[in-house]
Design a protein around this ligand. Sequence first.
Ligand SMILES: Cc1cc2nc3c(=O)[nH]c(=O)nc-3n(C[C@H](O)[C@H](O)[C@H](O)COP(=O)(O)OP(=O)(O)OC[C@H]3O[C@@H](n4cnc5c(N)ncnc54)[C@H](O)[C@@H]3O)c2cc1C
Length: 376
Amino acid sequence: MPRTAFDVAVVGMGIVGLAHAYWCARAGKRVVVIDRDARATGASIQNFGFITVTGQAAGDMWSLAKRSRDVWESIAPALSAPVEHYGLCVLAQRPEALDVLQSFCATEMGQPCEVATRSEIEKRYPGMPLGKSLAGLLSPFELRIEAPRAIPALVTYLQKEWDIALQTNTAATQIDGTTIGTSAGQIDAQHIIVCPGADFSTLYRERIGNRNLKKCKLHMMRLADPGFRLPFAVQSDLSLVRYEGYTALPEAPALRNTIENEQSDHLKHGIHLIVVQNSDGTLVVGDSHHYGDAPQPFYESAIEALILQEFERVLGIPAPPVLERWIGVYPWGETPYFVEAPAPHIRLVMVTCGAGMSTAFGLAEKTVHELLEHTP
Ligand SMILES: Cc1cc2nc3c(=O)[nH]c(=O)nc-3n(C[C@H](O)[C@H](O)[C@H](O)COP(=O)(O)OP(=O)(O)OC[C@H]3O[C@@H](n4cnc5c(N)ncnc54)[C@H](O)[C@@H]3O)c2cc1C
């Protein structure tokens, strides 16, 4: 590759890198995105494509998610990957879960949400399977895109609409001032933004090492079309003891106690239920959470059985056949994300929780604004 110069070079074409590239291009910068793979294969296409606001921790994460959600909605018409469905319904199986939902609705974050009784949900969404659910939290915020379609569509959109250059099959191995050494030659850029996802060892190994990050392994699956359209994404009681937006509520410990008694295996494997639907009717269902420094790539049928047990319990229907199974991995740390400045013109950005799809655009907007303002 001939030596080339850009205003900004972004390492990583997952959602975090792409979101930074988007805001840099919108600021009028000439941008290149570098990735070691031919196309995105990381966490950004392994996920549910669930852009979720409700359940995020209050404050910063909630604001970033709201902003990101609005950006996804504004660009979705330009992507050849539409919003598949809007909103979320957290189905309560236990009275303790209903208490958490009601308490959440009374908070600022719960404002446009409502707790609907089972019969109200049945009336509004005929045909929606509800199992033995008592009631459900209905949130209007969420939207769902199909990540394996949306991420490549976002890359194409950035290339066509914002003239972003792409340098694939290229590992960035070293940064020296404004020069990036890559496996395909050198690239010069006034600003450099590194968004390496779960690669802890190539760039800024020491800085990343100092953060004691782990890798979180998740079990995911795609199920055959169940014969109905989901009006929204679905979660259950197990999500209420996982997401900080709920676990911070005073009613959450009682629910956790009950779940510890009744579903200890689910808690042990960090299982909670998310069900979303693709345009072809198939369902994406998960997930589990196991943490380590180098998670085994193997998929366990015992974990799958626990996830499907929750699916059947909550929706009250037999799980359709499993069509695909995969392991996903994202970086996990004590803070949900971090931004470091190894030099005034460089930023290292990592989302270190399971909410990068929901927060990347908001986070990138802030980071890019701050970077370009201080080092124009
Ligand atoms: C199974 C699963 C389900 C999830 N569900 C959701 C969800 O529903 N909603 C949500 O908000 N979040 C979800 N998440 C989290 C979300 O997917 C991640 O937070 C997000 O995708 C992280 O994006 P990223 O760009 O940091 O990483 P990645 O998508 O992994 O991208 C990093 C990229 O950087 C490249 N790279 C790294 N180092 C170099 C280098 N030195 N040179 C060249 N290229 C390099 C890699 O090749 C890779 O393409 C989920 C994650 C998983 C795994």
